[in-house]
Every structure is written in C-alpha cells, then in structure tokens.
Design a protein around this ligand. Sequence first.
Ligand SMILES: [Zn+2]
Length: 196
Amino acid sequence: MPAPDQPRTLHAAAEPRVVGKEASIWGRRRVLLLNSTYEPLTALPMRRAVIMLMCGKADVVHDDPSGPVIHSATRTITVPSVIRLRTFVRVPYRARVPMTRAALMHRDRFRCAYCGNKADTVDHVVPRSRGGDHSWENCVAACAQCNHRKADHLLSDLGWTLRSAPLPPKGQHWRLLSTVKDLDPAWMRYLGEGAA
Ligand SMILES: [Zn+2]
C-alpha cells in the first residue's frame, strides 16, 4: 500500500534504482494501470509505474510481495502488480481491437472452434487462398488436427460448422490481451469478463 506519511521528492522519483539481480527484469516487467474507475488502461513499464506512485498520481491496488524492490533516496518500494490513477483520464475511443494470435486464443478460450479440443493454431474460416481475410470475423482458434484436415476447404465442403460465430471482442482490456506478451495472472480479475 502507499505510504503517504513518507516524504516524496520528485528528483528522487526520477532516479529510481533497482538493486542486484532485479536489474535484469527492469526492462521487461509491466504494471497494470487502471483508470480511477478501475477500467484497465495499459501495461506500464515498471519505471513509469514507480514514478507515478512516487509522484502521488497513482495508488497501489494489488500488491506483489514477491515483486522487485526499488530504492530511491527517500523510499523503498516493492513494485506492485496493479496501480490505479487518482484522477480520471478520458480515453479516446478506438473502434477496433487489433487482432493478434494471443488475443484470438483468449477470445476462443484456447479451444478449437470446430471440435472443442485444445487449440494451438489459427485457422482462416474462409481460406486465404479463397479470398478470406485475416480478421476477427474470419479467424478462429483451431487444433492442429482440424486445421490440417480443413486445409483449403470451405466449411460447406466438409459439412463442418462453427461452434459460435467469430466476432471482434469489445472493451479496453482486449487491447492489453492483444498487445502484452506476458500477462501477470494477478491482473486477470481487473481485466473484466472474458479475459481469463
Ligand atoms: Zn479441432
């Protein structure tokens, strides 16, 4: 939790240091930033998250007791998993969530759209060779076996059906799912319906 009784100095916040072996993860680790309304906004580099905490722009929502420890001139901070802005920021509305393999797998819950088994490939429902595009509406998670059997066929050729119509996901948390490689499991409860 934040410690408002401790002195905060901007110059100290601008120069946080990571000690020892923690330095190696300095560049990789991300902290989930929530709006003041708890809407997920983005995954911040650790350095920016720490500076926001030190400047009093954000508070800790979810601690990570095993997180790396950062020392400044005046404070020691264990880097949390999730922080929240103190003041609301308006997020520009963007209509379409970019499709990535990771986000597609989350949308389809890692299940094959044809047989329901564990999926590990992406299938184009209308094959690209037949003009199908690379979009949320034309891509599904598929197991390797179904993908191989389907090959360049249309569903109508095979008599197959989809278990549900593929649609683009909606909501801010999908941007995180589509752009962040390593999602911290602690974030899932803040990412809303369908994220886990
Ligand atoms: Zn399958």
